[in-house]
Ligand binder design. Sequence first.
Ligand SMILES: [Zn+2]
Length: 586
Amino acid sequence: MHKHGVFFSMNEFSSIENLFKKQSSSKTKKISDLDENLVNERFEKKISELEEKGKEKQAQQEAEALHVPYISLKAFPISPEALRLLCEQETQKYKAIVFYFDAVQLRLGCVYPQKPEVQQLLHELNERHKTQGTIYKISEQSFLYASKLYATLPKIRTIQKGISVTEKELANFQSQITIYNDIQSVIQNASITDVLTILLSAALKFGTSDVHIETEQKNIIARYRIDGVLQDIATLPKESWKKIISRIKLISGLKMNRTDIPQDGRFTIFMNEGDTDVRVSTIPTVFGESVVMRLLQSSAIQVEFSELGYRPIIEKKLRYEIEKPHGMILTTGPTGSGKTTTLYAILKTLNTPDRKIITLEDPIEYKLKGVNQSQIDHQKEYTFASGLRSILRQDPDVIMIGEIRDAETADISINAALTGHLLLSTIHTNSAAGTIPRLIAMGAKPFLLAPALNTMMGQRLIRRICKNCREPYTPDAAHLQIVEEQIKKISPASGETIPDLSKVNFFHGKGCPICHQTGYKGRVGIYEIIIMNDALRNALSQDLSEYEVKRLAVEQGMITMTQDGFLKAIDGITTIEEVLKATGGE
Ligand SMILES: [Zn+2]
């Protein structure tokens, strides 16, 4: 048995006595109240320091008895990555804290290292992170000190709610569903409790980004957003609405009894092969409620840089730019134009052990292994600007910020890019050329912007022709004329060979069950990319217009988004109609 208490050595005792004597023996000077307070304060401080030391010594002795290593965490630098491996509740529950973590090792500091549940916890952590973990004995005060660090962590969303889809269920439903039309028949024969699982299983299988469930006058309609386009998937009897909506609300943490207000929640689909987070939003409608579930599929971040759809010439130039140790790479485009996918693909290329990458996102949509991701929190004033300031103190090489949307963030971002960081972000403009005027409107100084900017990218996502039903066709004459006009204008400096349209075979999809009769399956990006060079840097001024930036960029070899799209239509990847829909042909 170990006695609890404080151990003082003789030396320590005499040092306190001396401290006390020294003060009280100065008889020549009357001790004022103030001095007396000071003496008491110092005395108490010394006592508590000694108490602390004693407790540490005691923990050390206990560690020896248990044959586990001991550590004091008082001044130990614990990284946020290590801290995050256990959530705060778990930390409190087990009185254990991960204080060190790298790709191979994990160290767990525990107040009670001998407890079986702590051993089990270490086992689970090792399994989860493929590490070799070690348990260390820590004192209660080390634990208190270290667990306070949770308050300093950038807020990370915690998801408690969720549904488990077992491998068996998933395989079962997915094997019954090979084309979209199967969903309706599988649902018709299923119990109401299975409906949600089926809809989610099929959505996962087809790479759907959003599942919409809406009540109409007589029915419930389930729709999927596939490749950016909403499509009806199944109709359900209205009687089943209550059960379906209750299940969704329950698992996503929404108020069950409210149907008259919009609500937002989230849940996780737990699967052996990896979890998928789902953001849920409901709004009241005339016939009840409308639910949209956005599936944050990790497949979205499995897109590699080489799969983004850049033309080979530009891909080579871009690779050179992203390997630079500093500067800004900005993407622009409306919501759903694939900006995040682009930034993640770049981050994945840069994600090597010799680079420290930190992101600031709103919200964190996908988790990237080896990247420090933090989420802004407006309520706690952890904004893009304040977050960026803290991030810079963490000595990163690469920083990704969700969006530059205000003057302060723009200012800090430019400074970061000028002081040896590669900064990736998005900015709200319609085209690559609009980036410069937008930043200047936010107060950026042209003479700072010129050396800070590396690359500006405008992008849209367009649908690929379904490979299963692809066939040659003759496009509309008016469309062909637009293509011809645009192709003629391709900048000679771009290095592209201008194709002879009279020899080109255009393709489209005639529609089949695989593509739900749409003729399209999957998407590809179309881009316009401005890489800064001396001509552009010299032209940068307070009143440089978007039009002028574009003119200069084309002169320097930029291919416009429309031209890039038409080149992809000529290559048989997409159709002229898709390009026109996304860009207007200008
Ligand atoms: Zn097809």
